[in-house]
Design a protein around this ligand. Sequence first.
Ligand code: IMP
Length: 420
Amino acid sequence: MVDVVLGLQWGDEGKGKIVDVLTPRYDVVARFQGGPNAGHSLEFGGNKYVLNTIPSGIFHEHCINVIGNGVVIDPVSLKKEIDKASATGVNIKKSLYISEKAHVILPTHRLVDAASEAHKGDHKVGSTLRGISPTYQDKIGRSGMRIGDLLSSDFTQKYQSTVAIHKKLLDSFNYEYNLADHEPAFFEAVEFIKQFKIINSEYFINDLIFKGKKVLAEGAQGTLLDIDFGSYPFVTSSNTITGGACSGLGIAPQKIEKVYGIFKAYCTRVGNGPFPTEQENETGEKLRALGHEFGATTGRPRRTGWLDLPTLRYAIMLNGVTDLICTKSDVLCGFEEVLVCDEYKINSTLTKEIPFNMLDGILEPQYKTFKGWAGNLSVMRKYLELPETFRQYMDFVEREIGVPVNVISVGPDREETILR
Ligand code: IMP
């Protein structure tokens, strides 16, 4: 069977660490969407690793790692990542499998991303500029290049005709660029990637499931960045919800058993777009400093705010979450008061639902206030060791959203985890 692990907020919920903690229970970890816009941080043995496209099971020797068809792959970025991970002694050639149907991010996709964001001016999404949106646009527009195309004899022809369209687009944006700066590294990376196992991953995964192997489907970004249900147009270009695991790996819905939903004890967001509980004040700055809230991929400072239950309930509904995982609860230590938004007031009406456009009218978050907690949570390993005020906060959250919180992460290291 397949379990899914994904983020319930605007990304950066700490998925990398949780997948790493869950991996010993699984034979396979498979990424199902997104690309190098993701930055999954893992910490163990005093070292920190950031993975962008490679599944987070890569540091476990027994684990098969699959990059699914729903992922978009930048060969240059993947090569760098493989080189770094290989330097730690991991045998990537043995454990990494790449779907032949995953789409390829070309150098011109990155240029088009930059040109289109620059063109949007004040309305820019705040993209990671990794070429994600133009690559998915080509996929949906039926003109993309797939990893399997790298192996075909007419690869160069296909590449040139795709690039010719991108050049027209770049000209229409009046965007200045020099493709020659990017192409040598791209072609070198393409040759490098060809050495890895490029497979028909839907057969591969279904065969493993049939043989009784346990698969963990790993999502990237978060539910509120989903192309259909996120805060559109300030979203990423893929389905980040559980349904994305079916289309991004080729697995049937009835194969999915558990859905682990990860949320931070507060909220963050990078890039532009609505953020109802944002704290653009000292509290927000304190959250950013204590939580080290800077993008793992871009280094950008993250916007910060209190936990938002209407969006969390929405995310749990969309994903069919069975198990909740709360991360970074240790960051809230030292706050005198901790606030949680339970509902919104929109034009003097109270609601727990997410409006069509969060930016329309005045959306006022309604907060419940809890007494803060202190102490070094990161050394605690049992729920009952946690401060009583923290448990009151967590009991409230569980009651409000109706799903148990099974795992509480109290620090970045693998060991700093409380399983209930
Ligand atoms: P894109 O996916 O690079 O096109 O970016 C679209 C939006 O999603 C921007 O607001 C990004 O900051 C955000 N985003 C993309 N990937 C991540 C992620 O892994 N974590 C958090 N935000 C992300």
